[in-house]
Design a protein. Sequence first.
Lengths: 281, 350
Amino acid sequence: MNRSKWRSVAGELRSSAFGIAGIIILVLFTIAAALAFLSPHDPNALNALERLKPPNADHWFGTDDYGRDYFTRALYGGRVSLTVGFASMILATGIGVIVGVVSGYFGGWIDNLLMRLVEVIMSIPSFLILLLLSVFLKPSVGNIIIIISLLMWMNIARIVRAETMSLKEREYVLYARASGQGAFGIIRRHILANLMPVVIVGATNNIASAIMMESSLSFLGFGVQAPNATWGSMLNNAQGLIAQAPYLAVFPGLFILLTVLSFNVLGDILRVGFEPKLVRR
Amino acid sequence: MTERLLEMEDLRVSFYSRDGENQAVRGVSLHVDAGETVGIVGESGSGKSVTAKAALGLIGPPGKVIGGDIRYRGESLLGWSDGRWRKLRGNRIAMVFQDPMTALNPVKKIGAQMTEVIRRHRGLGKAEARREAADKLREVGISEPERRLDQYPHEFSGGMRQRVMIAMALSCEPELLLADEPTTALDVTIQAQILDLLKDIKARSNMGIVLITHDLGVVAQVCTRVVVMYGGMVMEEGAVEDIFYRAGHPYTQGLLKSVPKRGGGLRERLVPIEGTPPDLLDPPPGCPFIERCPHAFGKCVERPPLFELGDGHRALCWLHDAEHSAAKVPGAAAGGTDAETVGERGASDE
């Protein structure tokens, strides 16, 4: 990856208040989720005396209908959401890049086969598959990551395929062939490095949609199972209590919103930053 | 006896598209010996680059070698596996491309790109390959090679990049160098430097060089032998002197007339070749130059053979047929020697 490209991304980031806010939010959330164990409260400890307490000095976000500390639960929930987001992104990007590069570089029947497969998977409403699969698989974090990745790699594969097809016609690829490099050597040395911008942008946006998917799944009760918290299941829980304790819905909802928004803003900044520009701002 | 490196015999290459079969190369025969520099001249679309790519087995779909033979040191290369080709490419036959701005990967350091080739073909270690790469850069006239190896292509100028490309091509000490319009994308002064470099390399080694160009000036400076291509066929081949002073094919004569001559003066008129090259989707069965040829006659609808005009000087033109001896064979109209013809043409244009 070119240093000047990163410099351009950094410039783009600096000039965007949203971008800076997004980065700060994501860093804060990640650190908070990682350090969740420092909280004096147990996220799953019931306390009948402390039910539905509004936010106060001891319970920053109040307590839920079982008397559990809502702040601690939100931290642990963030842990799940971010883990699922990152892990699914990595897995989905991996699959997508491999499929896309192979498809784009070799073309012919391999390309046909892989792209038709992509189209078939994309033509089925993903939430339907998501629900069906989660019924059959034990709803653990690992399984959720796998399910979400299996539904997310197609976009990356398509972008990567298109980019590979254009990259393989570049003269340095022809030169590499003329100097005796094999197909896999060329892919490794010349195609992958040049794919980085599109892959990074795609991956960033994928984290956002993975978090959304996980939250929706948990909201519907097919995600991580109780008593473990995720933002989605917390939202689900808050449904019946929205009149008495609206903060129960506001906190997880706000966290999902901020995280997803931040990743999308970041994805946009990366995309603009990587674009070749005539005039640097 | 010189060593024959590359030999092509009746090579045919076609590209298949929706519009039909584009016959890019239609029966090209040529050879390159060690130590000689062969210029392949022709206008765009005459099949010169395709011919060179075929020599490295780089014709991929939708293109296909459909006939003829390519031999390297007497061994036929057609039907070779990709693995065998790869041992030849870059190692024994190296290629330099037209545009040095695009032939280097922009995201990799020069050193990484150079050592990659050296390590694969010569089995050297990292440090040795790097030293070797630095040596090659110095050889092509790049100063501070050690520092340059850690730079990216955008930190080099066009001429410098072409030097890097040549250094890369030379890094495995190939026996044959294919240079596909190495100076076309460069400005004139840099062009001269690169040509000097090529001459220098030629003087130092016994390498065979194929120089593909559409610039007759370049050919005159560097080459020992010339192959003139048109419409996917070899129109004429011969020593540089034969081509420039005794051109036997009307196309070659036309090419020479369309180039300004030193000492031609302000009143010199350039004579363009009228018309356009043949459509290779549906090429004429006879001479491809028939429609633009001022000397075309009845026989030209048949495909002419190569007529021997002298030692290694051949032209694909019926004008040299013995039966046609009654008609006047046009004299050599090159090198500004045939001012009469040039004058006549110029006058008729007014």
